[in-house]
Design a protein around this ligand. Sequence first.
Ligand code: 5GP
Length: 107
Amino acid sequence: MPSIFCKIISREIPAHIVAENDDYLAFLDINPLVEGHCLVIPKTEVDYIYDLSDDVLAGLHLFAKKVALGLKKAIPCERIGMSVIGLEVPHAHVHLIPMNTMDDMNF
Ligand code: 5GP
């Protein structure tokens, strides 16, 4: 069964998309920890991020870097934190979280 994030890729369900290319997608988390909390995913359907091929994983991080630099301009903050959790949605992703204190990444 396709994951909820596959349905976002195919536009079956809506999301606030912030960046996209042929292989990757970034969109706002539906339940954000802070304003601007984004999820960055590969379009390849793989459950867990560390099961991605090295190439796709490297591309995901390069795409996430571009998103993070844009996010840092849009949302004033000290740093863009990045986190890998993957306990809820079985589709590889990273969280990008605008942060001013460690409390901002309090999942
Ligand atoms: P994780 O799998 O890393 O534990 O968490 C998955 C994240 O996906 C959560 O922060 C949750 O709020 C977010 N999420 C779950 N379902 C949806 C959805 O349908 N749309 C969006 N935009 N985010 C979602």
